[in-house]
Design a protein around this ligand. Structure first.
Ligand SMILES: Cc1ncc(COP(=O)(O)O)c(C=O)c1O
Length: 432
């Protein structure tokens, strides 16, 4: 099956002339014309947007799109939710940052400690990349060990120490040595690499580096490489292994946090890590990141033995947003959202199969992925065989019909996506 790529691309180009002009202008002064490397992969070129409202995004040519990218995850309440606008607006008038203490820090921390199972204490930073570094530093300090274990395909930010073995090719991944993603990265990141949902590879890693691994870090639902859930008992196995080996268990909940459940993947799957990192959905679109953890470990930050610093940490605007998002989510119906997401996921799979595609879906209702392949992937390597060219065609056909989704097959749902939006999306896909 095909989606007539050329026709779809011609339709997109015809209606996005202003975006193309803006992209050409931007590249003259902004490196690459985009602010983060992944956005460059957008086809036929990165679009420029004017505004977002609920589940809808409007580009600068005036086209409206049902948005399933949600800014790569943060917009759990949709675009520009009123509660966040009001909270940030009120704070704007009172000052943007103090470089000192204010009530929103502890008021938000209280909500976080109530919601997140592993949270006795929290600490703030601005991005997911930063907060993962705090977690890994803390684990090294507590255990007096220098290595950490990560899984192939998992993404933990762009720092040298973690940007390894993220989507390696089959040839690169064979030896299980950490594979740097780009040029200029340090050669000894301290990472030991294992395979997701593969207990044997975790045992082998600990056997090979006995007494030297400070932490196991993972995306508890592998969102960045296929939305691959943990297999039955796998997170419990990681929990037991970390405890037995004297290492800390870190859940990187930068995507799953406040998305799978208010208490994150740890609440959703019922396994509690020692430390967990959050960002994206926490502030619903403003820059904040959070480290949550058990008191005995977080005390190392509390008393300054482990340095955690940052000029804009605890920024009042970002925390006003976080506080408003958490309050809103506390009374939101996650079960209904997951059910709606599953209806969308299953409807997309059915529609695509009726068109003759070999397609499977993985993930949960609020974050799932379509794979153009016959068998359901369990780990990163299983996703390599998927038909990426066909997915790119599908994506272009969607874009031409007013549906905006991520290039890797991932779909995010927000509380602003009602049943009517799901119905409309399914009707569009049916008609492709
Ligand atoms: C699981 C995970 N961890 C960490 C990060 C890094 O977060 P940031 O982009 O805010 O630095 C990301 C970003 O996508 C992520 O998905």
């Amino acid at each position: 099956m095909t989606f007539n790529l050329q026709q779809a691309e011609a339709r997109v180009r015809a209606r996005t002339a202003r975006s193309l002009a803006a992209y050409e202008r931007s590249q003259r002064t902004l490196a690459g014309g985009v602010s983060t490397v992944l956005r460059r992969s957008a086809k036929p070129y990165p679009l420029f947007f004017d505004r977002g409202e609920g589940s809808t995004l409007y580009d600068i040519d005036g086209n409206a799109y049902i948005d399933y990218t949600l800014a790569w995850g943060p917009l759990i309440l949709g675009h520009a939710p009123r509660v966040v606008n009001e909270a940030v607006g009120a704070q704007l008038a009172k000052g943007h940052t103090f470089g000192a203490q204010h009530a929103l820090e502890y008021e938000t921390a209280e909500l976080l400690c109530k919601a997140i199972p592993c949270a006795d204490l929290v600490a703030y930073a601005n991005s997911g990349t930063e907060i993962v570094q705090v977690a890994l530093r803390l684990a090294r300090a507590v255990t007096e060990r220098s290595l950490y274990l990560k899984f192939e395909g998992h993404y933990h930010g762009w720092d040298d120490s973690v940007l390894v073995s993220y989507k390696p090719s089959m040839e690169q991944s064979g030896a299980m040595a950490p594979v740097p993603v780009g040029l200029g990265q340090r050669q000894s990141p301290g990472a030991v690499v294992a395979r997701w949902n593969d207990e044997e590879s975790v045992r082998a890693a600990f056997a090979a580096h006995s007494g030297r691994i400070s932490a196991i870090i993972c995306e508890p639902l592998l969102c960045n490489s296929g939305c691959l859930p943990p297999g039955d008992g796998f997170l419990s196995f990681l929990r037991e292994t970390a405890t037995r080996e004297g290492a800390l268990l870190i859940f990187d909940e930068v995507v799953t946090g406040f998305r799978l459940a208010l208490g994150g993947a740890q609440q959703f799957y019922g396994v509690t890590p020692d430390l967990a990192t959050f960002a994206k959905a926490a502030a619903g679109g403003l820059p904040v990141s959070i480290l949550a953890g058990r008191r005995e470990y977080m005390n190392w930050i509390a008393d300054g033995r482990v340095v955690h610093a940052g000029t804009l940490n605890g920024n009042p605007l970002a925390l006003a947003a976080t506080h408003a998002v958490l309050q809103e989510l506390a009374s939101s119906d996650y079960r209904a959202l997951h059910a709606r997401g599953r209806r969308l996921r299953d409807g997309l799979v059915d529609a695509l199969r009726r068109k003759g595609a070999a397609v499977v879906a993985t993930g949960e209702g609020t974050c799932f992925q379509l794979h153009f392949q016959a068998s359901t992937p369990r780990e990163y390597r299983d996703t390599i065989a998927g038909d990426k060219a066909l997915y790119a065609e599908f994506l272009m056909a969607l874009l031409a019909s007013g549906v905006y989704a991520l290039p890797d097959g991932r779909w995010y749902l927000s509380f602003a996506h009602g049943d009517d939006v799901v119905d409309r999306t399914l009707a569009i896909v049916e008609a492709l």
